[in-house]
Design a protein around this ligand. Structure first.
Ligand code: FES
Ligand code: FES
Length: 156
């Protein structure tokens, strides 16, 4: 099986890894590095549960990204957003707005929301909804999630 040596920084920790060329970033995160906060939903790019951030602000789907293509990159999962014991404003807003029910979509939703606000700190409701289209939530009906992004936008 063809493998590649890569260096991957995950939530600030550098990992030197030998990865099979077909292995996805999601598999490496969950199965090799025990970062199980990043969720497996569909595995085919349809649900957004596996969303993580590259270089702090660009959202990507872990299930559609080959780990080998991430050599030298810095990945942030939802668990890496907290700094010095302080939740990220998006995480706080999700809690305050009760935008979490079962929580399965939340790691991906939060990472995607961080990327939306990195691109535009004051997005309209329509922009928020449009940009969250690739992230599916089966519980909340999205209203509280959108409100959480709006609340976070007031603080960023
Ligand atoms: S698990 Fe990646 S988009 Fe669904
Ligand atoms: S909170 Fe359950 S899927 Fe979103």
């Amino acid at each position: 099986m063809k493998k590649r040596s890569i260096s991957l920084t995950v939530n600030g920790t550098v990992h030197d890894l030998e990865v099979p060329v077909h292995r996805t970033l999601l598999q490496v995160l969950r199965e090799d590095l025990d970062q199980v906060e990043t969720k497996y939903g569909c595995g085919t790019g349809e649900c957004g549960a596996c969303t993580v951030l590259v270089d702090g602000e660009k959202a990507i789907l872990g299930c559609l990204t080959l780990a080998a293509s991430m050599d030298g990159k810095s990945i942030t999962t939802v668990a890496g957003l907290e700094k010095d014991g302080q939740l990220h404003p998006v995480q706080e807003a999700f809690i305050e707005e009760h935008a979490i029910q079962c929580g399965y979509c939340t790691p991906g939703m939060v990472c995607k929301s961080v990327s939306i606000l990195a691109k535009n700190p004051k997005p309209s409701e329509e922009e928020i909804r449009h940009n969250l289209e690739g992230n599916i939530c089966r519980c909340t009906g999205y209203v509280k999630i959108v409100q959480a992004v709006q609340r976070a936008s007031e603080r960023i």
